[in-house]
Write a protein that binds this ligand. Structure first.
Ligand SMILES: Cc1cc2nc3c(=O)[nH]c(=O)nc-3n(C[C@H](O)[C@H](O)[C@H](O)COP(=O)(O)OP(=O)(O)OC[C@H]3O[C@@H](n4cnc5c(N)ncnc54)[C@H](O)[C@@H]3O)c2cc1C
Length: 310
């Protein structure tokens, strides 16, 4: 979809009850804490507000949805068009029997806790994913042998004209950290299935996940989680991205304020003053060195969006 300049958005925007911010800085909305501004940031006040905004918005205007920005590198030149952030109004979580209905803006951590309280197992892995439920579906987020595809029953989306679309999980192709869902769909809610179990057992599984992550990942840093996908084809299949990065001697490598984490070398971190350009350049340098040392082409897991600064 063609990007348009802010000037051409003016006078063409629908009336909304939610918050519209022009030239909105996005750095505070991503885990890396870097990146430029959105021409326009929209935080809908509820689903009806979002629908009427979409109905009134020209399809020529490019649209980007963000969750908690835990898998995003927003480039320094920012994002043209409209960025939509689904916040608290999309954060409801309800349980009925072995099913959980959640808004796309609910955090995965909150979902995991609700499942524990309801005595529903199989969702413990969400405790370690610092994003929203909507982001988890799009990324087919997972950990410790489980992924979103394993537990998803259906997603509820809106298309660009604000029309409701319900898609059963059986109609979605899930890959490793990917789905076949069209990027033009906004996920607004999901239905997920758990397996009845003792809350105490679920709590113990969740504690183990928390401990394992504390030990192995730089959690309290400005990071985007795993930078590259683990290779699943060719000679490197079965090897972890971090092993290849280690072999290429990249642990601790820096460019500007960006660093390959010493603790987990598939994580890039913003040490304080990194730009998105520093982080992307460092990622590309890691890819180059890994290719040279091992012959493997690493594929970005982090989504890089927006424009480079001119
Ligand atoms: C410390 C750390 C640890 C992590 N550990 C893991 C892990 O163990 N396993 C794992 O899989 N990931 C992990 N991640 C990555 C990240 O948390 C997941 O990919 C998460 O699912 C992203 O969710 P989000 O809400 O932050 O999405 P964002 O990063 O905001 O967006 C990711 C993508 O989803 C799209 N999107 C988001 N919401 C919607 C929506 N409602 N409708 C349509 N599109 C949408 C965005 O446009 C973007 O393309 C980790 C990240 C960090 C920082």
């Amino acid at each position: 979809m063609a990007a348009v300049a802010l000037s051409s958005l003016e006078g063409r925007l629908p009336n909304v009850r939610g918050r519209l911010t022009k030239d909105a800085p996005l750095s505070g909305l991503t885990w890396f804490r870097t990146g430029g501004v959105a021409d326009l940031l929209f935080r809908p006040s509820d689903e009806a507000d979002l629908k009427s905004f979409l109905k009134g918005l020209s399809e020529a205007i490019s649209l980007t949805v963000i969750g908690l920005g835990s898998n995003l590198l927003v480039r320094d030149g920012g994002i043209r068009g409209v960025v939509i952030k689904l916040g608290k109004p999309f954060g409801d979580i309800d349980t009925k029997g072995d099913q959980i209905t959640a808004g796309a803006g609910a955090s995965c951590v909150a979902l995991a806790h609700r499942a524990r309280v309801a005595g529903l197992a199989g969702l413990e892995f969400f405790r370690g994913i610092p994003g929203t439920v909507g982001g988890a579906v799009v990324m087919n987020a997972g950990a410790y042998g489980s992924e979103t595809a394993d537990v998803l029953i259906s997603v509820r989306c809106l298309d660009r004209s604000g029309r409701d679309i319900r898609i059963p999980a059986t109609e979605i192709d899930f890959g490793y950290r990917s789905t076949s869902l069209s990027p033009d769909l906004l996920i607004v809610g999901v239905v997920i299935r758990g397996t009845p179990a003792e809350p105490q057992t679920i709590a113990e599984n969740m504690s183990q996940i928390v401990e394992a992550r504390e030990e192995s990942q730089p959690l309290r840093t400005r990071t985007g989680g795993s930078t590259f996908k683990n290779p699943d084809v060719g000679q490197a299949a079965g090897r972890k991205a971090w092993q290849l990065i280690e072999e290429a001697g990249c642990r601790g490598l820096t460019i500007g304020g960006a660093q390959v984490s010493e603790k987990h070398c598939n994580f890039l971190i913003n040490t304080g003053a990194a730009t998105s350009k520093d982080l992307e350049s460092l990622g590309e340098e890691v890819r180059r060195r890994v290719k040279q040392a091992t012959g493997v082409d690493l594929e970005w897991e982090i989504r890089r969006i927006g424009e480079r600064k001119r």
